[in-house]
Every structure is written in structure tokens, then in C-alpha cells.
Design a protein around this ligand. Sequence first.
Ligand SMILES: [Zn+2]
Length: 139
Amino acid sequence: MIKYNLTCKSCKHCFDSWFNNSKDFERLKKIKFLNCINCNSKNLEKSIMSPNLTKTKKKVILNSSAQKKVRKKILAYQKFIKENCEYVGENFVSEARSIHYENKKSKPIYGKANKDEIRELEEEGIQTNTIPWFDNKEN
Ligand SMILES: [Zn+2]
């Protein structure tokens, strides 16, 4: 089960609703099964996830030599990924889906996705790894 924050585009009312998964939301919306609890409008938009589900960000405080070590590790990891995976940039989510659903036998991919997109992929059973990424210019 997943909780979404829904916003009514007609009256701007916000409310929470539970769905089986992200696809369930799209399905119910498509068959016009979702109504605003305030004005009954079907013009609803899924907004950010309920805060209690997203408040799990861990913070790490490192001294400068530890920071250097971590950075070195991450850069090595980045190098490995660059050499072994195909960069798909903003298309990451759609590429990941097509590999998953069409059984595409392609190179591993890497690219950009936001937290909500990663969560949706996970719900669909598509495993992803998130790593910190430094831009080339910082090297
Ligand atoms: Zn409304």
C-alpha cells in the first residue's frame, strides 16, 4: 500500500489517499474513479508523497580526510559505472521500464531519476541503486 497526497485542481483541496501501488493510482484516475472529497471534481493531481514516508534521509558528518576517502571511493565507483554502463540521462526511468518489461538484453544503464520515480520503479519490482554522483568538473 502507498499513500499519496492528492490535490484537487478545481478547489485546491488537499487530501491523502491509499493505493495498492503507483499504477493503481493511474488506473483509477483513468477510469475516473477518483473524486475530490471536497467538491467531487475528478481533476486530481498526485503531489508529493506523504511527509512521514519521505523523512528518512540520513545525514553523515565526516571530517576532511574521511571525506576525501569517501569521494575517492565514489569516483572509483563512478568510473566503473561509466565504463560498464550506458548513460541514458533523463530517460533513465523509461529505459529501466523497457528493459524490465520487454526483457531487453542490453547493457546496464545509468542516468537521472528523482526519489518519487525510484520509488515507483521499486513498486514495479525494478531494482535500482542510488549513489552519490560528482560532476566531472569537480574532479
Ligand atoms: Zn475539489
